[in-house]
Design a protein around this ligand. Structure first.
Ligand code: GTP
Ligand code: MG
Length: 195
């Protein structure tokens, strides 16, 4: 698909403010600062659609975006950011759990991991959590522009081994250099076809 329309719809703290069910929904989740909002902006070709920041913890709600009047993207708050208070972390956890367990329109989760580092314990937990709830998951390695060619193979293997996934479940991307978005769009096509 080509994204020709992308609009911010709303931010929601709980199920009362989720938009009405209808369109299939694709979630972007991952650690704080991994590049979720940047990736959404790259896919939609809009610089400031989802708010990005050098400061981790920018996204604090489930943010819904209308894509082509055909699907919704959901930008999740990032996890694993030490400076976020315990209470806030609990709130984030609840928000995500409520969504993942109750939302019927939820069709696919992209789990983003920073390509430069071995996935963290939190990443493994999140991945297992998604699998536990039978959620279809594709893992996205972000910021590949920061990796030297010589390091590439080791970085990929680190991700595959730590998350116990095969190469076909991993999409390598850079929002900075616009790499990998064709593969993501192909995954979105599959979601639409299955509807
Ligand atoms: P939270 O909302 O805090 O959970 O963060 P996020 O995952 O939405 O991250 P965000 O998109 O705000 O990006 C965090 C930082 O990483 C920003 O400074 C981005 O410019 C930078 N960044 C994101 N994607 C890339 C990329 O592909 N390459 C490089 N070099 N930097 C990137
Ligand atoms: Mg964000």
């Amino acid at each position: 698909m080509r994204i020709i329309k992308a609009e911010y719809l709303k931010g929601a703290v709980d199920n009362k403010s989720w938009p009405e069910e209808g369109f299939p929904e694709v979630v972007f989740c991952g650690r704080s600062n991994v590049g979720k909002s940047s990736l959404i902006n790259m896919l939609c070709n809009k610089k400031n659609l989802a708010r990005t920041s050098q400061v981790p913890g920018k996204t604090q709600l489930l943010n819904f975006f209308n894509i082509n009047d055909m699907m919704y993207f959901v930008d999740f708050p990032g996890y694993g950011y030490a400076k976020v208070s315990k209470d806030t972390r609990k709130t984030f956890g609840k928000m995500m759990e409520e969504y993942l367990t109750k939302r019927e329109s939820f069709k696919l989760a992209f789990l983003l991991v920073d390509m430069r580092h071995k996935p963290t314990e939190d990443d493994v937990l999140m991945h297992n959590y998604l699998l536990y709830h039978d959620a279809p998951v594709k893992v996205i390695a972000t910021k590949c522009d920061k990796i030297k060619n010589s390091e590439r193979k080791e970085c990929i293997n680190n991700i595959l081994e730590t998350l116990n996934i095969s190469e076909g479940d991993l999409i390598i991307t850079s929002s900075e250099k616009r790499i990998g978005f064709d593969k993501i769009l192909a995954e979105l096509d599959k979601v639409i076809e299955e509807e």
